[in-house]
Design a protein around this ligand. Structure first.
Ligand code: G3H
Ligand code: ZN
Length: 281
C-alpha cells in the first residue's frame, strides 16, 4: 500500500535501521524497486528527482501516477518522495501528485539564502502535511560567493552549523556530507564515522545519506549503526540495468523486442534493490 515517508523514517529510526530510497526514472525502475522490496519483505521509498522530471519532458505526473498505482498494489508499504527539488513550481506539485515528502535542495545558495528558501519551503510543506528533508551547503559562501558543492567528494557537514540550520529552517531531516558523493560507479567511498557520530548527537532530526551507490556494504552498515536513517540510492540501479541490458544485447544481436532486454534490466535492478535493503536492515 501507499504510505508516507515520514512514517517509514520514523519506523526506521525506532528500530535503528534505515529506510532505502531508490531513484526511479522509468516504469521499469518503479516495478523493479517494488518487486525487490517485496522479495525482501521490507518497505521502500520511490523517489523522483528534479533531474528525472527534466528527462520526462519536464512532466512529473505520468511517472508519478504510475508510481502511485504501483505503490497502492504493492504488498509492502511504499512511499513517494520528490528528490533534489530546486524549483518552487515543482515543489508545489508534490501533494497533488501523491508525494508525501520532498528534499528541498538549496545547498547551492549562499548560507543565508539557503536558510531563507528552505524555511519558506518547510513552512509551505508542513502546511500541506509534507515531510521535508534539506541540505546545508558548506558554510562559507560569504561575500556572495556560492558555497562549495555539498555533494563533492571532499565536502563535510559541520555539526554545530547543521544543528543551527535544522532548528532555524524547521526541517524534518538533513542530508549530510560525510564522505559519499553522487554518481560514483565504483564502491570506494570512505565515510567519516567520527563526524557522523558528532552529527547524530548534535542535529536532532534523522540524517540522510546521499550518493550511497559508491558506499561499500560494510560502510553502509556502519553508517546505519551510526545514525543514518534514510539511504538514497540511484546510480547502483542504473549500473545494474545498463550492464544487464548491454550483456543481453551483446549475446543476442538478433533481439529487437524491447520487452526482452527491459525484462533483463528490470530483473537486475530488482535483485540490486533486495540486496541493498538487506544490507540496511
Ligand atoms: O538523491 C539521490 C541519491 O543521492 C543518489 O545518489 O546515484 O550516487 O546513488 P547515487
Ligand atoms: Zn542525492
Amino acid at each position: 500500500p501507499l504510505t508516507t515517508t515520514g512514517e517509514l523514517v520514523a519506523r526506521a529510526a525506532a528500530s535503528r535501521s534505515a529506510i532505502a530510497a531508490f531513484n526511479i526514472i522509468t516504469l521499469e525502475h518503479v516495478e523493479a524497486v517494488i518487486a525487490g522490496a517485496e522479495t525482501a519483505g521490507s518497505p521502500v521509498v520511490l523517489q523522483v528527482s528534479e533531474n528525472a522530471v527534466r528527462f520526462r519532458y519536464g512532466r512529473l505526473l505520468p511517472l508519478a501516477r504510475a508510481a502511485v498505482a504501483a505503490a497502492e498494489r504493492a504488498t509492502v508499504p511504499v512511499a513517494l518522495h520528490l528528490d533534489h527539488v530546486q524549483s518552487d513550481a515543482l515543489l508545489r506539485q508534490a501533494p497533488a501528485a501523491g508525494f508525501s515528502s520532498v528534499m528541498y535542495d538549496a545547498a547551492r545558495l549562499p548560507y543565508q539564502e539557503n536558510l531563507a528558501a528552505t524555511r519558506a519551503a518547510a513552512d509551505w510543506a508542513h502546511a500541506q502535511g509534507l515531510w521535508i528533508e534539506a541540505e546545508l551547503g558548506e558554510v562559507g559562501g560569504k561575500d556572495g560567493a556560492p558555497p562549495l558543492d555539498p555533494h563533492a567528494p571532499g565536502a563535510r557537514t559541520d555539526p554545530a552549523g547543521a544543528r543551527a540550520f535544522v532548528t532555524e529552517a524547521g526541517v524534518d531531516a538533513l542530508a549530510v556530507a560525510i564522505g559519499s558523493s553522487h554518481a560514483m560507479t565504483t564502491r570506494t567511498a570512505v565515510l567519516d564515522h567520527a563526524l557522523l557520530a558528532r552529527l547524530s548527537g548534535a542535529v536532532g532530526v534523522p540524517l540522510v545519506l546521499h550518493g550511497s551507490s559508491g558506499v561499500p556494504d560494510g560502510e553502509l552498515t556502519a553508517a546505519v549503526g551510526g545514525g543514518i536513517t534514510k539511504v538514497n540510492v540511484g546510480t547502483a540501479l542504473n549500473i545494474a540495468m545498463t550492464c544487464a541490458i548491454r550483456d543481453f544485447l551483446a549475446a543476442h544481436p538478433e533481439a529487437v523486442d524491447s520487452r526482452r532486454y527491459l525484462a533483463v534490466g528490470r530483473a537486475a535492478m530488482a535483485e540490486a534493490v533486495t540486496r541493498i535493503i538487506k544490507v540496511l536492515s
